[in-house]
Design a protein around this ligand. Sequence first.
Ligand SMILES: CC(C)(COP(=O)(O)OP(=O)(O)OC[C@H]1O[C@@H](n2cnc3c(N)ncnc32)[C@H](O)[C@@H]1OP(=O)(O)O)[C@@H](O)C(=O)NCCC(=O)NCCS
Length: 374
Amino acid sequence: VSAGLEGVIAAETITSEVDGEKGELIIAGFPVEKLAGLATFEEVTYLLWNDRLPNAAQLTAFQDSLARYREIPRIIYDVLKEAATQNVPPMDALRMGASMLSLDSPAEDLDPRGQAISVVARFPTIVAAYWRMMQRFDPIAPRADLSHAANYLYMLFGEEPNEDTVRGLETYLNTVVDHGINASTFAARVIIATQSDFVSAITGAIGALKGPLHGGAPGPALDMVFEIAHPANAETYLRGKLERGERLMGFGHRIYKVRDPRAEVLCEAAKKMFDKTGDRSLYELATEVEKTALRLLAEYKPGRRLSTNVEFYTALLLHGLGFPGGLFTPTFAIGRVSGWLAHCFEQQLVGRIIRPQSLYIGERNREWVLLDDR
Ligand SMILES: CC(C)(COP(=O)(O)OP(=O)(O)OC[C@H]1O[C@@H](n2cnc3c(N)ncnc32)[C@H](O)[C@@H]1OP(=O)(O)O)[C@@H](O)C(=O)NCCC(=O)NCCS
């Protein structure tokens, strides 16, 4: 029994390759560090779905179609409003909102690619509207004249973002857009392989992404840095956690046995951003915490080869861009949904249901006992 399916190759893909020994990530042919900081999110989504970069005309058409479907059905706002009164966590609200994208869909008459575009287009609208409702503010309607990333920032914060902030967010979204068959992508592939629909597949994927072992780590990773507060406290704090058998969020990975290349890209982006603000103190604290964590993980877990993963610097970058911790994982979903859908397209071509086996280890030959005799 391979409980975590380690080493099982369940699909061929042209979307991304994760090399855990070399610490390399290729996204549709590009090393992540050569793509993430240059491309727009629209370009990366087009690349993943078409296996080539768009030319100018193709890019304009793709951007326009994404911009056209940003608005969500009224009823989703109503449900989000109710969810906000109950303080439902943002990932649960995204899951609810996403599942309702089959309602009143302007994409009804669209081909499958058009339906996928409308799903990607509407994720930021759901997240931003819900976040504002949680703060008791009115949601802000999407604008079609802004890029995907700029519009998300605009709907969250109510003002047009500057170029550096948009660039920082796009670098983040591009970095996390796809990552082999991670848990949420696998969930999406399992669902679509039953000949189900995109909305069902991405709704299941959101549920998988939410868990702290997958996409839910950056919030706790940042909390940890804030609680440490000064490099001098790092050793005592982290040692205490490891002594209690707790995990250090933002470290360790099923595939990467060296530093996650995405951590590298996001660390660089965070450094650039903090340099611009003129206050590098949080960045410097985080790098000190990272160094101490790596030294202690090697001491407490020798031979496990635990290194920094994507979530540690996700937290730092998104925090620096003005995102509150509650938005980290939903923002991850806004990037990853393009990857989920790219995998759905591939899985549809495979045309085979995913159905592993289990090993029965329970009782056999039980005798039925009447209720009164139990
Ligand atoms: C990502 C993660 C789930 C991978 O898990 P995995 O491949 O199943 O690894 P395992 O759980 O088998 O861990 C192997 C060993 O390292 C330890 N370990 C793994 N990650 C650890 C961490 N972040 N802190 C402390 N110990 C850790 C485990 O306790 C285990 O120790 P043991 O052999 O003494 O029992 C795991 O590293 C983790 O929980 N990390 C923290 C959460 C996180 O940052 N998630 C985001 C991932 S991108």
